[in-house]
Write a protein that binds this ligand. Structure first.
Ligand code: ATP
Ligand code: MG
Length: 245
């Protein structure tokens, strides 16, 4: 589904991403981990077109998409959520998801349909599947932090992605919210046959669902492979033990 080759991003002489390569096979669940500042979000931004790489290539379904703009990548099936939420806080939960459907599919020929009926069934269906149906009428900005992250996942799904990039989907959540969110993400990935790539600091979450783990440290890949191999990797242990010293 996705091939990342030798990506480099330099900010004012500072090498944030220094030659990163990895693959995300179709239908796989992959995690990108690493200490704060390792370059995880920057790699996501390079893949989703929010940043242009100084070098390297991003290939999506066999097609070179390096430097393609975010909205075009979105049309090609790349969905994402952000480390900080990206919802419309003053709209209701329902209106947020509905707006995502309208922006993705357009108003089409429904010129006589009242706005509130647009994509009504699709919006309802999606809210059911992400467990927010009973909160549809609530103002999004008043949802709990976990609820807002859940909604953000809904906004990404409304754009009908084939590959989903989630940047710290459980950041700031309580332990029980985290468990619930991970179950939800895993179920949706499976039900929709998505490819999932996520970053995460909670190692319990990472090792519970990732099939492949790519470890970044100071903008470079120090390990990449199945969870068991990564868990045993000496350089990974050094980086993580060093962090807690
Ligand atoms: N726009 C920018 N301009 C300058 N430096 C940046 C910019 N974006 C990121 N950086 C730097 O690049 C490095 C990698 O940042 P990045 O946000 O990708 O790390 P991260 O792995 O996502 O960290 P975290 O776990 O804290 O989210 C950091 O040192 C950061 O300060
Ligand atoms: Mg980050």
């Amino acid at each position: 589904m996705l091939e990342v080759r030798d990506l480099v991003k330099i900010f004012d002489g500072f090498v944030a991403v220094g030659g990163v390569s990895f693959d995300a096979p179709r239908g796989s669940i992959g995690a990108i981990i690493g200490p704060n500042g390792a370059g995880k979000t920057t790699v996501f931004n390079l893949i989703t077109g929010h940043l242009r790489p100084d070098r390297g290539r991003v290939t999506l379904k066999g097609r070179d998409v390096t430097g393609v703009a975010p909205h075009d990548l979105c049309r090609l099936g790349v969905g994402r959520s952000f480390q900080r939420t990206n919802i419309f806080p003053r709209l209701t939960v329902f209106e947020n998801v509905q707006a995502a459907f309208v922006s993705h599919r357009g108003r089409g020929w429904n010129l006589l349909t009242p706005v509130e009926r647009l994509y009504h069934d699709e919006t309802r269906g999606l809210l059911e599947s992400i467990g927010l149906a009973d909160r549809a009428g609530e103002v999004a900005g008043f949802l709990s932090h976990g609820g807002q992250k859940q909604l953000e996942l809904g906004l990404a799904l409304a754009l009908e992605p084939e590959i989903l990039l989630l940047d710290e989907p459980t950041a700031g959540m309580s332990a029980s919210e985290t468990r619930e969110a991970i179950r939800l993400i895993e179920r949706i990935t499976r039900e929709r046959g998505l490819t999932l790539l996520f970053t995460e600091h909670d190692m319990e979450v990472v090792f519970s669902i990732a099939q492949r783990i790519t470890v970044l440290h100071q903008g470079r890949v120090i390990a990449d492979g199945p969870p068991d191999d990564v868990r045993r990797d000496e350089s990974v242990r050094r980086v993580y033990l060093g962090e807690h010293r």
